[in-house]
Ligand binder design. Structure first.
Ligand code: SF4
Ligand code: MG
Length: 322
């Protein structure tokens, strides 16, 4: 079966006054129909840029993006516009992504209007369906974004993202701008909607625990490259890349005994600038087990020990049982 999303050799460079920023460097992955894939990494890892390239907010510098069999990265504007109902994005901060001068019902209905979908007489019924789905009362429809709480606003942007029944949803840090107390309810909402509606989802976050909770598989990015792909349920036990292991060791766990038994791996320094990525393995400046070869050659992303696992590290041989 063809995947909902196939990304191959995706590269994105930005020209800036300081030079060329190599934000995304040869990234490949796919998302199956109805699958949630998490993309995790520090700020500056390129994860948001991958998301924006997937929905064509940024045209890629190289590589291809295929959604439901259509290579959208090769399409011209007119045809891309027609396909745009098939994929959509939920942004980090609903306060800035929602038009403050529009009512909630107009915001939610806007994709139908833009794409000329359905008769406008039917839009109110469809908006009401979506408000039900995201758990907002119908009376919210006549209100403006500033009259709502942050969590309600994010529910509005989710309703808007889903009204045209997309097959692929990219969610970029959908809970990071929200109060900690309501983050879990939005994560659960996205999980429930994905299960009920069956869309494929690329869930982007710097928060490993959130990604592990929501996603079926986790992609770990470091300085523009994917360094590991691993199933969420085996992430804690089977993470094989030293960077992923450091992220896992730093993530809070609910069981305090487990936390104590876990050796915390502290990384020194910040992620280097994508203006001048280090040669070889991009992680070698911070890697606690780096070897000479790591400074010279970039490691390939190769199968690891767990089923479906991929790891880019010279010290992790393909197929070795750890
Ligand atoms: Fe560390 Fe080398 Fe593996 Fe990179 S390739 S993660 S520097 S051991
Ligand atoms: Mg970001």
């Amino acid at each position: 079966v063809r995947p909902a999303l196939q990304v191959t050799g995706l590269t994105k460079h930005f020209k800036t006054a300081a030079g060329i920023v190599r934000a995304v460097d040869d990234v490949s992955f796919s998302i199956g129909k109805g699958e949630i894939v998490g993309l995790v990494g520090e700020s500056g890892s390129g994860k948001s840029t991958v998301g924006r390239c997937v929905v064509m907010l940024h045209p890629p510098t190289g590589g291809s993006v295929v959604i439901d069999g259509a290579e959208i990265s090769a399409l011209r504007r007119g045809r891309l516009r027609r396909l745009r109902t098939g994929f959509t994005m939920i942004f980090q901060d609903p306060a800035t992504s929602l038009n403050p001068r529009m009512t909630v019902r107009d915001i939610v209905a806007e994709p139908l209007v833009i794409h000329g979908m359905g008769r406008s007489g039917d839009h109110p019924r469809r908006v009401a369906e979506l408000l039900d789905l995201v758990g907002l009362p119908h009376s919210t429809g006549t209100r403006f974004p500033h009259e709502l709480s942050g969590g309600q606003r994010q529910r509005v942007s989710i309703a808007r993202a889903l009204i045209a029944s997309p097959s692929l949803v990219v969610a970029d840090e959908p809970t990071s701008a929200l109060d900690v107390s309501i983050q879990a309810s939005i994560l659960n909402l996205i999980k429930d909607l994905q299960r009920d509606l069956g869309f494929a989802c690329l869930f982007i976050s710097h928060d490993l625990a959130a990604v592990e909770y929501v996603a079926d598989r986790v992609l770990v990015m470091y300085l523009g490259r994917v360094v590991e792909v691993v199933a969420s349920e085996t992430l804690n036990e089977r993470a094989a890349h030293p960077y992923t292991q450091a992220l896992v060791s730093a993530a809070p766990v609910p069981d305090p005994d487990e936390q104590r038994s876990r050796q915390r791996i502290t990384l020194s320094g910040d992620i280097p600038s994508p203006l001048a990525p280090p040669p070889g393995c991009h992680f070698h400046l911070r890697c606690p087990v780096a070897q000479d070869v790591c400074r010279e050659r970039p490691p390939a992303l190769l199968p690891g020990a767990a089923s479906g696992q991929l790891v880019a590290c010279h010290l992790v041989s393909p197929g070795t049982v750890d």
